[in-house]
Design a binder for this molecule. Structure first.
Ligand code: SF4
Length: 197
């Protein structure tokens, strides 16, 4: 359709008038409310946190019959008060994407292909590797110069320098507390975190 600038302005004016008149002649409020609530009416809403960035916006995940059917901003969350950026607003696509990974993948040392593994196998492997690395690189005693006298002194340190921990922005206070306790109990001293929540 070839639309001149003048015709475009006329058409916009007529459309706006139609919208205004439509709003005044018919009360669409109950219809709009019904449309808005219909999809999630019987679904269970569970608060969660957006995993994308350090803002940590709150989301509501609506689940019905074991299926996630909708995600939206949580109006009760003090961080975002219901609003989401465009990335957070499209988060439902994480769930429905054809390219979403649904099983852990493992690539053995030297292998070129990934293998599908179940979670039990993968968690056992992670624990096995963490323990192996820690045990091979565990320091019980360390000799340092006494800052006052300059003499050599031996300290009990019980640490490993071979493992580091990086916390994600989606972790809340309690999760960080547990992660910190776990890392300290392993002797990890390099802890970093992108804490915002
Ligand atoms: S909704 Fe946007 S701003 Fe908020 S945490 Fe997610 S990515 Fe960050």
């Amino acid at each position: 359709m070839n639309l001149s600038r003048r015709n475009f302005l006329k058409l916009s004016g007529v459309t706006s008038l139609g919208v205004i008149l439509g709003d005044q002649l018919f009360d669409l409020t109950p219809v709009m409310a019904q449309v808005k609530s219909f999809k999630i009416k019987t679904a269970k809403a569970t608060p969660t946190i957006c995993p994308y960035c350090s803002c940590g916006c709150g989301l509501l995940a609506y689940v019905e019959n074991g299926n996630l059917i909708n995600m939206e901003g949580d109006p009760d969350n003090p961080v975002n008060q219901g609003s989401l950026c465009s990335k957070g607003a499209s988060i439902y696509q994480l769930y429905v994407s054809d390219t979403r990974l649904t099983k852990p993948l493992y690539r053995a040392p030297g292998a070129t292909e990934w293998e599908e593994k179940d979670w039990d196998w993968m968690l056992d492997k992670i624990v096995e590797k963490a323990k192996e690395t820690r045990d091979k690189n565990f320091t019980v005693k360390q000799t340092i110069d006494d800052p006052k006298t300059g003499e050599k002194i031996e300290l009990t340190v019980n640490r490993t320098d071979a493992i580091a921990s990086l916390g994600g922005a989606g972790l809340d206070n309690e999760e960080c507390y547990i992660l910190h306790k776990l890392m300290r109990s392993l002797g990890v001293v390099y802890l970093e975190h992108q804490a915002r929540i």
